[in-house]
Design a binder for this molecule. Sequence first.
Ligand code: NDP
Length: 244
Amino acid sequence: MARIALVTGGMGGIGTAICQKLADAGHTVVTTYSRPGKEVQWLADQKEKGYTFHAYQCDVADYESCQALAARISAEVGPVDVLVNNAGITKDTTFRKMSKVDWDVVMRTDLDSIFNVTKPFIDGMTDRSFGRVINISSINGQKGQFGQTNYSAAKAGMHGFTKALAQEVAKKGVTVNTVSPGYIATEMVMAVKEEIRHAIISGIPVNRLGLPEEVADLVVYLAGDKSGFITGSNIAINGGQHMF
Ligand code: NDP
């Protein structure tokens, strides 16, 4: 069934693929950006490819900004049944060098955001007896990563949130799941020096990077009607790099 889906940070490498695949599945897709300006070119590029998306400015780290976003979407697009908490940042450095600012900005953007954005939409989902909340975490939230105490902690926090909220809303037809990608061939990963990229790939059993479209296909499945028995789960999509 076609629904309204909100994808936070949908103009990035993985987010764009999620927006496109949700639209391919028939959903009306709303996305957000935090830095004004970039949406103009992105929306034009998407239009050329045949996609029309709704785009709103929102800082997912800011509670009030997310409440305002929800009010605008509700008034201008309609009720959101599918929420993909995808926006995220990194601020990598070893713990000894990490400043409080580096810690706070990642915790606010990658963890507080799922409270800020999920909060204004969850009651509508339970009232309508259908909802899908899909949190994009990371392999590094499962296994930890050198230089990412902030990011690993924030992403690990998503798993606890997912499992707790899943229990609270399960009877109301709302599922809450986490998707944990490994190394995905986004611009950021492709910009890494070739020899480092080869070293990364040699540590991935399937011997390649993942594709944004592969993450997006998984999200589309979780967003759909057939996934109703999957909740409180973490689904790893990492080519076998971490098998827990
Ligand atoms: P990108 O950096 O390409 O995109 C991230 C998006 O988040 C951008 O569109 C950005 O929008 C948005 N964003 C950042 N800060 C904020 C904010 N404060 N408020 C609103 N939006 C914000 O990342 P990816 O597509 O690579 O990653 C998407 C998700 O997948 C992230 O959560 C990431 O942690 C996770 N992930 C990615 C992996 C990879 O290999 N790429 C691996 C594992 C997990 P703007 O530019 O407008 O700020």
